[in-house]
Design a protein around this ligand. Structure first.
Ligand code: ZN
Length: 207
């Protein structure tokens, strides 16, 4: 059933190499916009600067029936990364909740995760495959934190499963500019992701 895959992929890009969003079966992934990362122990000033872009994006996506997935850390004791970062976003705590400004709407999907990558030991791939009348999502627009950790690992999960990947450079964030920029270039160079401004995607969705 993958006969047309290559053709479809070429067809999906305009001459200047831009992904033609209107021809894609897209979903938005909002990664780890949780109290602990925005207002808690692992907060950073940079992280709070992406809230507005994500809020605008999910708001338009909902109006256009584009599915929105929240992929959220929900750690339990002994999760490997707690050794690195200390306890954070522990299951059942306020720190593991999505920040109030971006609270998921009823039609949104919420995927709890215990590892960096949103595909790792979660239902994300299965849920994406059910959408668009069973044809499945083929393009993921990824926002949230952190560019060089969870966004990178989520992009890898998307890459090995064959999804087109769009990273919104002004709607993802890391603790430092260096981490953010090295994360973006790694994802672009190794997973073939397109790096876009969120305004460009908003224009595409609204037109
Ligand atoms: Zn975590």
């Amino acid at each position: 059933m993958s006969v047309n895959k290559h053709t479809t992929s070429l067809d999906s890009y305009s001459n200047d190499g831009h992904l033609n969003i209107s021809r894609q079966r897209i979903a938005i992934l909002v990664n780890d916009m949780l109290n602990d990362f925005i207002y808690g122990d692992l907060k950073s000033d940079r992280a709070s600067k992406i809230i507005t872009q994500i809020r605008d994006l999910v708001s338009v996506a909902r109006k256009k029936d584009v599915p929105v997935f929240y992929c959220n850390d929900e750690h339990v004791e002994d999760d490997p990364e707690l050794k690195i970062w200390g306890p954070h976003a522990m299951k059942g705590t306020n720190g593991s909740k999505v920040i109030r400004e971006l609270e998921p709407a009823q039609q949104d999907h919420v995927v709890p995760k215990r590892f960096y990558g949103s595909f790792d030991s979660t239902d994300l791939d299965a849920l994406l495959k059910e959408l668009y009348e069973g044809k499945g999502v083929n393009t993921l627009i990824i926002a949230g934190i952190h560019t060089h950790i969870c966004i990178k690992h989520t992009a890898y999960g998307a890459f090995i499963r064959g999804y087109n990947i769009i990273i919104l450079e002004d709607a993802v964030s890391a603790f430092t500019r260096e981490d953010h920029e090295s994360g973006l270039s790694y994802i672009k160079n190794n997973y073939g992701a397109q790096i876009k401004r969120s305004s460009e995607i908003l224009n595409n969705l609204t037109n």
